[in-house]
Ligand binder design. Sequence first.
Ligand SMILES: [Zn+2]
Length: 197
Amino acid sequence: MSEKLIIDTTAGIQQIEKIDPLRVFGEDYHMLGQKMPEYTGGFPAPALVTLAKRLKMTMKLYAGLGLSANQCGVAERIFVIGTDEFQLVCINPKVIDEGPYVKDKEGCLSFPGLFLNVDRPSWIEVEFTDENGNINQVKLHGLSARCFLHELDHLNGIRYTNLVKPLALKMARQKANKIVKKIVRNNKKQKDNAIYS
Ligand SMILES: [Zn+2]
């Protein structure tokens, strides 16, 4: 949790704006199946800047490589991708060009422990607006391209589980259940140790 000091010059008083992480909803959440509408509001947009900060903070908290607004219950066409060092805030993202498809593993914060081999372009050229209203055109390769496309799918109401064959999904789910059970067991052990040691 962090706090940002906002100086309200019109009122001549100081306000504290709290910037907290957002809740990430799980796979059955209704907004994960909905297409998010284009952002048509203007810039500057303080609410959008705050939302971008909260998305980045939440992505970092859960060690994700991308997070879309609708995963967090916010109906805006915006996502963030990146790592600790480098992040992109993408509003109204579009793919302009794409390279040949390659299969690679991907996960999702809404599907803990579930890793699927998904076919996606190896590179993409994209256009998006950032939280300050600047229009960016960039070429993304490999993992960055994969993250961008996974998050763009979220904004279009597409879950990555729809992009693989049923048998592959079934096997990956079995693995995911084992991973989640192991995490729960380890957490319980840690708790017990904390109580009795
Ligand atoms: Zn996802």
